[in-house]
Design a protein around this ligand. Sequence first.
Ligand code: FES
Ligand code: FES
Length: 151
Amino acid sequence: MRIEIAVNGERREAEIWAGESLLFALREHLGLPGSKNACEQGECGSCSVLLDGKLVCACLVLAAQADGHEVVTVEGLGGDGRLHRVQEAFVETGAVQCGFCTPGLVVAAAALLEQIPDPSDDEIREALSGNLCRCTGYAKIFDAVRLAAAQ
Ligand code: FES
Ligand code: FES
């Protein structure tokens, strides 16, 4: 089947199998490998994207469900050749190690700051609770979100 999705502000079309996930379509048909596939079960958050502004695990959404909708991936967060402030904060605070979790965490943190510009630690913890990181111990990720909120 053919689908049309507004991805990162651009109308994109893809020929997909009806059972394909949005994550697979983004990575394999639309040339957007930023969203990572670490579990494909909705457990890790590495595939987090915004679907009509709502944070979702792209591995749990069918690409067909996104037909006619808007998707923002980590590639589309920044603008005019600039990183999003959350991305800059992750770099500045050293919140990236292997980087596998980073795209999902960046999208989740950006979504949090859209809703709550100055979140408490509990609100950060709650917002990022669906995103697993095996490397950092989360302290620097929290620093990054606090830094981005302060900017
Ligand atoms: S790959 Fe989607 S939640 Fe892990
Ligand atoms: S930096 Fe390696 S999983 Fe988070």
